[in-house]
Ligand binder design. Structure first.
Ligand code: GAL
Length: 782
């Protein structure tokens, strides 16, 4: 997000070889293959692969012509290389970097010639124990390659390395960190823009005699809020030329014992953890997909916070969080293991690299300065905390632990609370977890406690949903919990020690392609955009003893009108069981309503009796308690009914066997208006629903990607969860398919990714299936 006018992206036309030899530095093997960044060192299958397959050393080479000017300096920037990089320019080593999640740069001025230059990068993607997170086991894959962008920046002899902008309460502080080759003073203009419109111009003098300088001004800016995330751009111009540029915003962040406050307003934090990995290409996804994840979290999942577990995410992801108003918990790379002193030094450096890169993002509200779920080690964590405070005294720190009574160096006690097992409390009360009073945030729950596949049976998928509801309910109940961030947004590839044995952790509320499971509705239904999702296909045969006990309707409406075959069954209201949630689910546990009263000849009292018995069987099975038995007996005797006739009543009103048509209709009502409708009925027609997230692919500094989802659906567009229909995918025009072209749906759906190839035009995606023929969708690459 920081940038000057003089940036040359170097993302296309790299030569790549999946092997490394010293001699490649001077003589790169002739390969015809050219790759673009973000690049993965190997494409992986969706699951069941050897996790060692990406752990190797590879080499990249790129030719570069530069109009080198004598009074300028040239800085080569790498946004992310996994995990160790050695960078050579014209065969000379210019520097190296350890750590795949933070950016690095080298001043390459003295190595650059006016002629064609050669950049060579040795990339070690092995799981080196000297680089976090490695040293022991890790529950995710770290993948390999130059997986974020690269660019060359032309700057003056004196230049601004970093600008740290603070704006709140009418005050703007601009802290500039300099690189000064020839200390001097310079007259510059600071311009503040909003939506490209200049709103303020300030004359000032930069003094390069110091390493840094802070400029302070009074200025009235609109505040950045979740609903109206107003962003500003700050530019520094010297003689009409932009020498520095960044986005920023004005807002206050306060953590108190009773929660988190944005602009002095308490915000109940509710969100999910996100891994930045994708099927096949691992981490190597460009800005379009990074941004889509932020959009999914905010709009499809209704979250107000995301934790970038367990490392700093792509800058594009953070840019989008700023733009749409999604809060971020950003943390240093690591997972449970703390290495030796050098490892710790590196980790402290990663905190610095993270903060210098990400300081100006208004969306970030806390820095994670502990290795996720590692043990207490005060000496180390004092250092990571101090490093954070050295650069950012304003933002709070947290450190994610998974045990109680941990020593607190940070500002917020951030805790992974896995107490919930489906039938107990959702969360521990904070006073049972920490020693002293402090702000308190739950940073994980659920996840491995209940892995759930989109092709699991319905009861399992609904159970996952209930667990997310139960924990969020407790997070809302305890006034001293700032909120809770669940594990996790989407399924992800992982090591052999975790997951379901196929190298996938099925912990997401969405699958690995970000297609929602029922549990996602636990989040989405808590937002204010009208929403209703019936978490059932109402197929009794899919349940133990063919008993559907209740149907969860996730909604933010006031109540649900429920009909069976156009017969009104009843109005159902938000469940008292979830009273602490802003929008408790509506639980439908009566499928009979007044049907028996209306369609049978029983007296009202006897119809009540029959209904009570049938509902009891529906919820608890055939073993009736004495009270229900007596009710049944009275009816049998009074109406001289046989057991067979009684059984028919069960079939008719509960089992509903043999009915020509059985249609369940749910109407969501708000302000006495039906705002949404959902029908679940017998399967009549099926089709493949092909949806594209972004029909226009706009290339940025590199290629971009569109996500396509394919769903096997019924006539109401409900996914058919046990379908594994096979499809064959072909693409034409300036696009390429990522991953295999022959696929079986998983849980009735699958995602596809197609990428642009640095050419403009119309791309066509053809989805062939034996059953449905060919479906075509088109994309424009601009
Ligand atoms: C946590 C860990 C996460 C993930 C999760 C699975 O302990 O921090 O990275 O492994 O468990 O539930």
């Amino acid at each position: 997000m920081n940038q000057s006018n003089h940036r040359t992206y170097i993302n296309h036309d790299w030569h790549y070889i999946n092997d490394y030899q010293d001699r490649y530095i001077s003589a790169f093997p002739k390969t015809n293959e050219k790759v673009s960044l973000p690049h993965t060192n190997i494409e992986l299958p969706l699951n069941y692969f050897d996790e060692k397959s990406y752990q190797f050393v590879s080499a990249y080479e790129r030719k570069l012509k530069v109009e080198k000017k004598t009074d300028k300096r040239y800085i080569l920037h790498f946004e992310g290389v996994m995990a160790y990089a050695e960078v050579y320019l014209n065969q000379t080593l210019v520097g190296s970097h350890k750590g795949g999640y933070t950016p690095f740069s080298f001043d390459v001025t003295k190595y650059l010639t006016k002629e064609e230059n050669t950049i060579f990068v040795k990339v070690d993607s092995t799981e080196r124990t000297d680089i976090p997170p490695h040293g022991f086991v890790v529950d995710y894959l770290t993948y390999g390659g130059i997986y974020r962008e690269v660019y060359l920046e032309e700057v003056d002899e004196n230049f601004i390395k970093h600008g740290l902008i603070d704006a709140r309460d009418g005050q703007l502080d601009v802290r500039l960190l300099f690189n000064a080759e020839k200390p001097s003073k310079e007259e510059v203009i600071i311009i503040i823009e909003q939506d490209g419109r200049e709103i303020k111009e300030i004359d000032c003098t930069l003094d390069y005699h110091q390493n840094e300088q802070t400029l302070s001004y009074n200025i009235d800016l609109q505040t950045w809020t979740l609903d109206n995330p107003v962003l500003y751009t700050l530019k520094i111009l010297r003689q009409g030329e932009t020498i520095y540029q960044t986005n920023f915003a004005s807002r206050t962040l306060t953590w108190k014992e009773d929660g988190f406050y944005l602009n002095n307003k308490r915000i109940q934090l509710k969100g999910l953890n996100r891994h930045q990995s994708y099927p096949y290409v691992g981490y190597a996804m460009p800005s379009s997909m990074q941004k889509l994840d932020a959009d999914i979290l905010k709009y499809e999942l209704g979250c107000n916070i995301v934790r970038s577990s367990h490392y700093p995410p792509s800058k594009h992801f953070l840019d989008r969080c700023d733009e749409i108003g999604l809060l971020v918990f950003n943390e240093l790379p690591g997972w449970q293991h703390i290495g030796d002193e050098d490892w710790q030094d590196l980790s402290v450096l990663h905190v610095k690299e993270m903060i210098l890169r990400d300081y100006n993002h208004p969306s970030i509200i806390i820095w994670g300065t502990r290795i996720n779920e590692s043990k207490d080690m005060d000496s180390f964590y004092q250092r990571t905390h101090d490093m954070a405070k050295q650069y950012d005294h304003y933002r709070a720190t947290g450190g994610v632990r998974n045990f109680k009574q941990s020593s607190l160096i940070e500002d917020v006690y951030t805790y992974n609370d896995f107490v919930h097992r489906g039938n107990n409390i959702g969360l521990e009360p904070p006073k049972k977890v920490r020693k002293q009073q402090s702000p308190y945030l739950v940073t994980e729950y659920n996840g491995h406690m209940y892995p759930t596949k989109s092709f699991d049976d319905e009861a399992h998928r609904v159970s996952q949903l209930k667990r997310h509801l139960a924990v969020q309910q407790d997070a809302h109940k305890h006034q001293d919990i700032a909120g809770a961030i669940g594990w996790c947004m989407a399924d992800y590839n992982t090591h052999k020690d975790f997951g379901s044995g196929d190298k996938i952790c099925y912990h997401g509320v969405m699958d690995i392609f970000r297609i929602p499971k029922y549990a996602s509705a636990a989040y989405r239904s808590q937002s204010e955009e009208p929403y209703m999702k019936v978490a059932s296909n109402i197929q009794i045969g899919d349940f133990e003893a063919s008993e559907i006990k209740d149907v969860y309707v996730l909604t933010n409406a006031e109540y649900i009108k429920f009909y069976i075959n156009d017969d009104f069954i009843g109005d159902f209201y938000p469940s008292e069981q979830y009273i602490h949630l802003p929008h408790p689910p509506v639980i439908i546990n009566d499928f009979i309503g007044h049907l028996i009263h209306e369609h049978e000849t029983f007296s009202t009292k006897d119809a009540d009796r029959v209904k009570s018995v049938l509902l009891h069987i529906m919820h608890h099975g055939m073993k009736l308690p004495l009270k229900e038995k007596l009710k049944m007996l009275i009816v049998l005797m009074k109406y001289k009914m046989s057991i067979d006739e009684a059984a028919k009543l069960y079939e008719k009103y509960v089992g509903k066997w043999g009915m020509e048509s059985l249609e369940y209709r749910f109407e969501a009502v708000k302000n006495e208006q039906v705002i949404l409708k959902e029908i679940i009925g017998p399967l009549k027609e099926t089709s493949l629903l092909v949806e594209v997230n972004n029909h226009i692919i706009k290339e940025t500094s590199t290629y971009e990607v569109a996500r396509v989802t394919i769903k096997h659906v019924d006539q109401y567009q409900h996914i058919l969860p046990y379908s594994s229909e096979v499809i064959h995918v072909e693409v034409e025009g300036p696009i390429q398919l990522i991953g295999p072209n022959l696929l079986a749906l998983r849980g009735g759906s699958i995602g596809l990714y197609v990428k642009s190839i640095h050419q403009k035009g119309t791309g066509t995606i053809k989805i062939h299936s034996q059953r449905y023929g060919t479906k075509e969708v088109q994309l424009e690459v601009k």
